[in-house]
Design a protein around this ligand. Sequence first.
Ligand code: ZN
Length: 144
Amino acid sequence: MDKFMEAALEEAQKGLNEGGIPIGSALVKNGKVVGKGHNMRIQENDPMAHAEIVCLRDAGRIETYGDTILYSTLMPCYLCAGAAVQFGIKKVIVGEAENFTGALEFMEEHDIEVINLNDSKCKGIMQKFIQENKEIWFEDIGKE
Ligand SMILES: [Zn+2]
């Protein structure tokens, strides 16, 4: 597996171990992980604490985002895709988009290159979580 996706998946696993939603993210700049995080919505009772947002916060202030790559185990939602567009991130690599189709078109419309690795491990961890926690998941994506 791509080593950066592996870092994101490790984050997802951490989230699951904490009783949270298993979505992980990593921000890569110059071939190095400069930020990482996992969804903390349940742990922190914070609807904004999506993996990608937590990851961007972890990276802190970095001067430019044009040369960064945002990794996420799952296709980003509109909130996180909006952050990527706002900061000028040009490339987003996702583990999968089967459990959630997210905001793919929105990102592509804003000239972000989105690569889907279609990874079975990323799919598996999320699929199992959704099956066992439908209500929590629908709350996360704003669906009833
Ligand atoms: Zn999100």
